[in-house]
Design a protein around this ligand. Sequence first.
Ligand code: F6P
Length: 326
Amino acid sequence: MDKIAILCSGGDVSGMNSALKRFVEYAYAKNMQPYFVYNGYEGLIDNRIVEAHFADVAGIMTRGGTKIKSARSARFKEPSYRAIAAENLRQKGITKLIVLGGDGSFRGMERFHHESGIAFCGIPSTIDNDINGTDYCLGVDTALNVIKNAIDSIRDTASSFRRAFVIETMGRDCGYLALVSAITSGAEVCLIPEIPIDIHEYKGCFESQIRKGRDYFIVVVSEGLKNAPEIARWFEEELGFESRVSVLGHIQRGGNPSVYDRLMAYKFVTHAIDTLLTGNNNSVVCYTKSHFNFRTIAEVAFNKYVLDEDLLILGREQFAPSHCQM
Ligand code: F6P
């Protein structure tokens, strides 16, 4: 019987548990023995590799996070620890491995695959949506919905208090979460690394809007810019508007997975197992232009993600200070 393992690496996302459920069910359906690796690459090194059963995945679909834990492993960057990890898999006769993670996790797997010969398939999983080669990463839809709910709630209090709220989203250096959230929540300003904007350019327009009765502002900034306090100060000092910074933080990573993420988890895992069974031993399942496809780990992990041009055009139109309606 073929043996296949799965692990979660890096920042967890909602939808990982749905993926684990499908993994166990589909592996058995394909006459394979599924294994869980607990605690990411750390667990590969520490031999926390156990057989997975139907009972392990009962009732986990609705929970965010990951039942088998995730980790960022410094040790896995070292060849000696990767050799231990490979030996642990070999001892159990496991020849195939699925990794739910981001590009950092895939870079580790690139080396591991070449050194060990273990067949690998990656499933892009990060709320940042910053993996080259795929339009969608597992967990993004749930994170966007968490952010939408947070901004909608903040709007209630902002409008009751005559305040400017500067809301910081996650995303590392990628502005995807901030841009989509700003557009879909009707924010006045969106600041992301991909669309350079000088906040001072809004001054005349915002002064005019205030004279006409505007009494609150919603500003969405991406964490990569690290400027939320500075922007809040600008509203206080330049426009005389009381301001607050709201860092949404790790709530964006958790919560009840959306229907879309549950379904995408099922589809990603199905494609991953199918491709491993056809002998494709070095790939990442990508989702581009509404179709699943496979790319080499190197292509995905060693190229920088670029935000979708249509989205950037929308963002530039929506948030350019020159388009601000007086
Ligand atoms: O990569 C996912 C992510 O949530 C980023 O958006 C964020 O910058 C980072 O992880 C936070 O990492 P940690 O959980 O280690 O604080």
